[in-house]
Design a protein around this ligand. Structure first.
Ligand SMILES: Cc1ncc(COP(=O)(O)O)c(C=O)c1O
Length: 485
């Protein structure tokens, strides 16, 4: 610090942080030195450093995280804003976008591919060693029971442990009603079959997770898109209009954190949503897989909490938090408990017990919560780094979401860009992402792409984003010219 310089000391701290960010010594997502440490380093008081940090926070350069410290934000990114223009209401559609979805899945398993197309946050911090150790203990303990059939609705201890976790959130869940499933996807499938039949209209968010679209397609139901805001999730005013115009049989929404938007529905929104649907006797199937990956301060409370008529069915799993390969999920079926168990029995009989026991021990040991804490921290860091990289390499008009949960970014390119075309080019360069089109039953979002930041960071990620940026820039330049001619 130069005490005789004309600038205030706090301004010199600001200059120091900005310089560190500029020369790469501090990268987006990095934690800044604590107030005390920087104060000691420069021989200045803690309030002076604090004044600098508060100013940097006001400018949007850094963010404070409660009980953690200050972190450097991604710079220069244009944040995707909620749509201001009027949303033209959609019609129900029979869906079909299988081939592109298949290619996205296939790309995950091609050796050497930088897979940014599938949302697998566990990649960022896999708990494989702890789970392997627990599974070995379980195998020794359970002996031949491990190869037998388990109860249709799953291990009672796992159900009880999960129910207690919901009760801690204030949700009154009875573990006898719960059904353990093969991932959230089976829970969603059972829930849909409990309340709707072939040809029925299911309201979904727009954009929404492509697995839901495929599920609706396979059950020969119709999907009806409802405008979903980048910040607050599904738009309830819009939903009300949709319900007035169409005989919607059920709603299938990520009531807390949407994939691909990373939007976060506020508590009041969830309450209003349940009230609206239950007043019309319309079941709500809530897809809650991302709720433990909140990047805000607190975990969202499931919409189940607000249900008075038992019309809310909650679906979740360990796939986004611990082990997608274990295929363990669950369904809280509301008043459809008997039907749900019957469908589970008919559909898959039971879920592998070995994985259920291992995950029960994981939960009870406290390791799961410790793991979640670290995973969320890494995801926050990755989010900033990924936003920064995209902002650096993509054309300047690119807009990027600021997800409040989950592990993906929703990126909007110029409207001339066809991201399905770029997807095919990227695959040939050993890079995958998810083209926007697969997130809409009617094929909207052609100029959007979903990029996962649930990754183990390496130089390959930096190179992949640089290459993707190159492809988008080249496509935009060529096709903008064509449009202008
Ligand atoms: C929003 C959403 N719902 C459900 C699922 C399916 O979860 P599971 O792997 O537990 O079946 C996914 C998986 O990507 C998802 O992103």
């Amino acid at each position: 610090m130069n005490r005789s310089a004309p600038e205030f000391l706090y301004q010199q701290v600001i200059d120091f942080v900005e310089k560190q960010a500029k020369n790469g010594a501090l990268r987006p997502g990095d934690k800044l030195p604590s107030l005390r440490k920087l104060g000691q380093q420069f021989g200045i008081s803690v309030p002076t450093v604090k004044q600098a940090y508060v100013e940097l926070e006001r400018q949007g350069t850094i963010s404070a995280r409660p009980q953690s410290g200050y972190y450097l934000n991604a710079k220069h990114a244009r944040t995707l804003q909620p749509m201001r223009a009027k949303w033209a209401q959609c019609q129900p559609v029979e869906v079909s976008c299988r081939s592109l979805i298949e290619q996205v899945y296939d790309a995950v398993h091609v050796p050497g591919t930088t897979a940014l197309g599938i949302s697998n946050p566990v990649n960022a911090h896999p708990p494989d060693k702890t789970l392997a150790r627990l599974m070995r203990t379980v195998l020794t303990r359970t002996a031949e029971k491990a190869v037998s059939y388990g109860p249709v609705n799953g291990d009672p201890k796992l159900r009880l442990t999960l129910a207690l976790r919901y009760q801690e959130l204030g949700v009154d869940v009875n573990h006898h009603d719960m059904v353990i499933t093969n991932g959230a996807q089976e829970a969603l499938s059972i829930a849909l079959q409990c309340v709707a039949n072939k040809g029925d209209i299911i309201a979904v968010e727009s954009p929404c997770y492509f697995g839901l679209i495929e599920l609706i397609e396979s059950l020969e139901m119709k999907a009806l898109e409802v405008y979903t805001c980048t910040e607050d999730g599904v738009c309830i005013d819009e939903l009300e209009k949709v319900l007035n115009n169409h005989p919607v049989k059920a709603c299938l929404f990520a009531t807390a954190i949407n994939n691909p938007l990373g939007s976060f529905m506020p508590e009041s929104g969830r309450q209003r949503l349940v009230k609206l649907l239950e007043s019309r006797d319309i079941p709500l199937i809530e897809d809650d897989v991302y709720s433990d990956l909140y990047l805000t301060e607190n975990r969202p409370v499931p919409a189940q909490y607000y249900s008075e008529k038992g019309l809310v069915m909650t679906c979740s799993s360990f796939s986004k938090t611990a082990a997608p390969g274990y295929r363990v999920g669950w369904l809280i079926p509301g008043k459809f408990e008997e039907t749900a168990k019957r469908i589970k029995r008919a559909q898959s009989c039971s879920t592998s017990m070995l994985q259920q026991w291992t995950l029960t021990d994981y939960l009870l040991s406290g390791d799961y919560d410790r793991h979640l804490h670290v995973l969320r921290k890494i995801l926050r860091y990755n989010r900033e780094r990924m936003i920064d990289l995209i902002a650096k390499h993509f054309p300047p008009e690119t807009c990027i979401s600021m997800p409040q949960g989950g592990s993906v970014l929703w990126v909007r390119c110029r409207s001339v860009v066809d991201t399905s075309y770029i997807f095919r080019q990227a695959i040939s360069h050993g890079i995958s992402f998810a083209p926007g089109q697969i997130f809409s039953p009617s094929g909207k979002y052609q100029h959007y792409m979903r990029i996962s930041f649930g990754v183990k960071w390496s130089d390959d990620i930096d190179k992949a984003i640089e290459k993707l940026g190159e492809l988008v820039c080249a496509y935009t330049a060529t096709n903008s010219e064509r449009v202008q001619q």
